[in-house]
Design a protein around this ligand. Sequence first.
Ligand code: HEC
Length: 140
Amino acid sequence: MRRLKKFILFAAAIMLALPVLAIAEMDSIGKLEFQKNCAACHGMDGTGQNAPFMDFMKKSPPDLTMIAQRNGGTYPYKQVFTLIQDPAGNRAHGSADMPVWGDRYGMEVNEKYGSLDPRYAKEVEARILELVFYLASIQK
Ligand code: HEC
């Protein structure tokens, strides 16, 4: 009986810890993705300071740790998703400095599965979402 109780407690502890672990992992996945694909222009910490590509950009990138502050204190998840997926405003205004990640990730995932595979849209979305959540975690 005591062993059963111990086991139940143990199982409950794991179940409570799982979502937290999943979030922690999501954060670190997003972090790696950010460092790999975004830090060249936005800096390792997202502030845009000391970014290696600084001199090559027509427009200096906005501080990504201040998105919530610029938006009246709320982090706009959906808007950030769109800004990463397809910064259409940039294209419309002729600034191609911020790459269109929806297309880039789309091409990578297309090579993996082909664009007709049901995993295609989900994986592109997931890769962008990781970044959206990572950026949420670095807001000041
Ligand atoms: C080649 C340089 C470059 C790379 C690489 C890059 N960005 Fe950008 N990013 C920019 C520039 C420049 C802007 C500002 C565009 C503008 O305002 O016209 C920008 C704007 C943004 C914005 C909008 C911020 C706001 O508040 O308006 C977000 C979000 C963003 N980038 C996220 C990312 C993420 C995530 C990655 C990596 C997947 C990334 N960027 C990679 C140059 C880059």
